[in-house]
Structures are given as C-alpha cells and as structure tokens.
Design a protein around this ligand. Structure first.
Ligand code: R2B
Ligand code: URA
Length: 310
C-alpha cells in the first residue's frame, strides 16, 4: 500500500544557508557528486558556488548552454577577457553545468529518473557551498492541450499520468508519496510578468507529467499502441476538462522535490504542438528554436527583477 512520506521530512520554506535533510551527509567526509564530476574535497565548492541564487534546469545540454549565454547578455555579465563560458561538469558527459554570476544553468536529461539524479547532486552541491535563499526553475518543452503551439504554460499544479498530484517513489520496498506542490506566489509573479508586447501567450494551468512520451501521453505513433484514436481523444479531452494545459515528463518530480526541500520553484514550459490536433512534432527547426527561448525570456525577466536589473 502507498504510504505518505513522513511529515517531519517536509521543511516549510528554507531560509538562510541551504539545509539538507539527510543526516548521513557529513561535511567532514568526502561527498562525490558523481554525475557532475565534482566533490567537496577535489573542489572548493564554497568558492565556486556560494553566491548562487537561481538554478535553472532544462532537458537539453545545448539549450542550457544557450540559456547561460543568454543570461550573460541579460545580466551584462563580464566574462574574464578572452574566456568563454565553461561547462563546470565537463569531467562527466551526463549533464552540463554553467554558472553566470548568481545563476546556474543545468541540464537534466529526459524523464523523472534523469532529473532526480541531478536534483540530488545540485542540492548537495548548494549545501556544501553554503548558498542561501536559492530558487529553482525548470524551463522546458511540452505538448499543449487546446492551446496555440508556442504558448508558454506556467504550472499551477503537477499531476501524474492518472491525475494524482503527487509523485510515488518505491523506497525500501514501500511506495512513498510526495506532494507535487508549487509556489503560488512565484507562479502569479511569473504570469503577471508577461506583457502585451510579448509575441507569445503566457498562461497558467495544470501540467501532466508522464513516465513515457508515447503511450504514457496517449500518442498513436509509438512503436506500440493498443488503443484507438477515439480512446486517445476521450482521454485528452477528459484531462483538458480537468484543467490540464500541457504534458511533459519531469514537473512532478521537480515540484515534489522542491517542496520536500523547502525550495521556492516554478515550472515554465513552451508547448511544441497541440495534442488535440496530432502527435508528431514536425515544426521547422528555426521556429522551434525561437519557441524554446520563450520560457528563458520569462525566467530571465523574473531573475532581473529580483536582482534589480532593468
Ligand atoms: C519534454 O520534452 C522531452 C520529451 O521530448 C521531455 O524531457 C519533456 O518533459
Ligand atoms: N515533450 C513531451 O513530453 N511531450 C510532448 O508532446 C512534447 C514535448
């Protein structure tokens, strides 16, 4: 039977230096952050990361590099003469990690298992670094429901593939449930930051997070499909009527872990297609590139407003 995670494992909201809820992590021992090839012994994590205030996660390594380059411009950040941005996790080829002043740009790969690994390691990195009052964002892509492709959806609640607002994790032979709660104030501020001059719509809505891109999202074009188009449409209409505006593959874990750690966070995804109209993503590359910059614009605007940069 599923079991609710222990209440005392939930911090309400972190304040001050990053806390970690694992008594086994001892700062006097070596802690290897294996998938980003860093450790609290081999690197001076305080020196490298103590000033981090915003961590932006996104699926693709090249997109997160572009986001870091975008932030260099937006924050008018001065790179050391003759130097370009460097991937701090270059010793591993699993994820990329760039730092632009107080902003970290990190790739998380596809799906909950991949996001979960980097989330643990980034949280431990910030703990060792003694960073304080840090916010997390996921800037990503998704399939939309009844919205114009290219629309940005900011998640009000993440639900799983059967509309449950929590993530289940099999732990020591038990199914533990972690509520996928997101900060409603950050959500409001992000939605309010969109302007009539933006060349795209920014809306709020529920986000369905699935464990699979094909059957999990009711697609008809996977290698397997044991249902009919009418079944798919009935499912998508049902979830649309329950307020789901987009479907992707990480928001449930991202929201659940941020809530569990007491970190303010938001999920901002652009929609690449309208799933009520089809399954295949065939939009030209240049248009897709422009769409994928939209969540970055919203988050950069938010970060700049918090840093007092006009
Ligand atoms: C959105 O896009 C990816 C699948 O194409 C997945 O990581 C997600 O959430
Ligand atoms: N990412 C998803 O998970 N689903 C889509 O339909 C598009 C992007």
């Amino acid at each position: 039977n599923p079991i609710k995670a222990p209440e005392d494992a939930v911090v309400n909201q972190q304040q001050g230096p990053m806390q970690i809820l694992n008594p086994n992590i001892d700062i006097d021992e070596e802690d290897v952050l294996y998938h980003i090839a860093l450790s609290n012994r081999s690197h001076d994590l305080k020196d490298m990361f103590q000033d981090v205030k915003f961590v932006c996660f996104g699926g693709s390594p090249s997109r997160m590099k572009k986001f870091a380059e975008f932030m260099v411009k937006e924050l008018r950040y001065k790179l050391v003469a003759g130097q370009s941005l460097c991937n701090i996790a270059h010793g591993s080829d699993r994820y990329v990690l760039y730092k632009v002043g107080p902003v970290l740009s990190v790739s998380h790969g596809m799906g909950i298992p991949s996001l979960s690994i980097i989330f643990h390691e980034i949280l431990k990195l910030l703990f060792h670094a003694g960073s304080s009052d840090v916010m997390f964002f996921r800037i990503g892509t998704s399939g939309g429901l009844g919205v114009e492709p290219g629309t940005v959806v900011i998640t009000e609640e993440a639900v799983d593939g059967i509309l449950r607002p929590y993530m289940e994790v099999a732990t020591l032979g038990m199914m533990l449930q972690y509520p996928a709660v997101l900060d409603q104030n950050v959500l409001k501020e992000l939605v309010a930051s969109s302007t009539p001059d933006d060349h795209f719509q920014t809306i709020r809505g529920k986000t369905m997070c699935t464990y699979d891109f094909y059957e999990g999202q009711g697609r008809l074009d996977g290698a397997f499909c044991d249902y009919k188009k009418s079944d798919k449409m009935a499912f998508l209409k049902r979830i649309y009527e329950r307020g789901v505006k987009n479907i992707e593959m990480e928001s449930l874990c991202f929201a659940a872990y941020c809530h569990r750690a007491g970190i303010k966070s938001a999920v901002i995804c652009v929609t690449l297609l309208d799933r009520l109209q089809g399954d295949q993503i065939a939009t030209p590359h240049d248009i897709m590139e422009e769409w994928q910059s939209r969540p970055q614009i919203i988050v950069a605007r938010y970060i700049k407003s918090k840093l007092g940069i006009i």
